[in-house]
Design a protein around this ligand. Structure first.
Ligand SMILES: C[S@@+](CC[C@H](N)C(=O)[O-])C[C@H]1O[C@@H](n2cnc3c(N)ncnc32)[C@H](O)[C@@H]1O
Length: 228
């Protein structure tokens, strides 16, 4: 019997129940990659407006709120359950919620100081990623930046089998039953489409980003900042 749902929205509706613990189990370096968002965000820039692409349960926005409590946040995700969690979590803050696939979202021109994407853009195929980088670039104000934490390796890369072995060891060290690894393997085949850092860097430059910094890296797990 399949362990996964039929589309990404339903997949993350189901995954929302025990989100943080499950992410720590199935994503190596998850907490370090989260903390890197605060390292990446420019200390010298006033942040008024933030877009969280694939906000999930709001874990990245929650971190940003510790520094930018008065900013306006837009949380974009296809999963209704994830957005419902965010609505409860951020009731006292200035937050708009958009339930939409990334490809259907009308990114407003020159609007955001900061766009964050935590473990969300690897769900998009290469073409969609390239289009999204362009839309994100256009939606940023001058000097604004895109910050992403994610996996950056193509499934066809020669290092990919070794990555899978390390990943499996990590997941089994948190869940010896093997259930999470079984779920993750199926999820990864169906929903995940990571690309190599080199390709992503080229696409970001083609989208118009002038500066790309690696903020945190452990192997192919990376926090990257692209500045407009
Ligand atoms: C792995 S979770 C990451 C959540 C959170 N940003 C974090 O750092 O833990 C990916 C989220 O992106 C959303 N997502 C993935 N692909 C999407 C798409 N094409 N359109 C809209 N939402 C998408 C999923 O519903 C899910 O909530």
């Amino acid at each position: 019997m399949s362990l996964i749902k039929s589309n990404i929205a339903e997949e993350f509706d189901a995954f929302s129940k025990n989100y943080r613990e499950d992410m720590i189990t199935v994503v190596p370096h998850y907490e370090a990659l989260l903390s890197a968002f605060l390292q990446a965000v420019p200390a010298d820039r006033h942040i008024d407006s933030v877009l969280d692409v694939g906000c999930g349960n709001g874990i990245v926005t929650d971190l940003l709120l510790t520094r930018y409590a008065d900013a306006h946040y837009t949380l974009l995700d296809a999963s209704k359950e994830m957005l419902d969690i965010c609505r409860k979590r951020f009731a006292q803050y200035q937050v708009d919620y958009v339930q939409s696939y990334f490809s259907d979202y009308a990114f407003p021109e020159s609007s955001y100081d900061l766009v964050v994407a935590g473990f969300s853009l690897h769900h998009c195929h290469a073409d969609e990623k390239q289009q999204l980088y362009q839309k994100i670039h256009q939606s940023l104000q001058s000097g604004g930046c895109l910050v992403m934490s994610d996996l950056f390796i193509s499934k066809s890369d020669e290092d990919h089998p070794a990555l899978l072995e390390e990943w499996k060891s990590h997941t089994l060290s948190h869940d010896a039953t093997g259930e999470k690894w079984a779920w993750l393997s199926e999820h990864y085949d169906a929903f995940d489409s990571p690309d190599n850092l080199q390709d992503v860097s080229v696409w970001l430059q083609q989208a118009g980003f002038s500066k790309i910094d690696i903020v945190w890296q452990q192997g192919h797990w990376i926090n990257l900042k692209a500045t407009k």
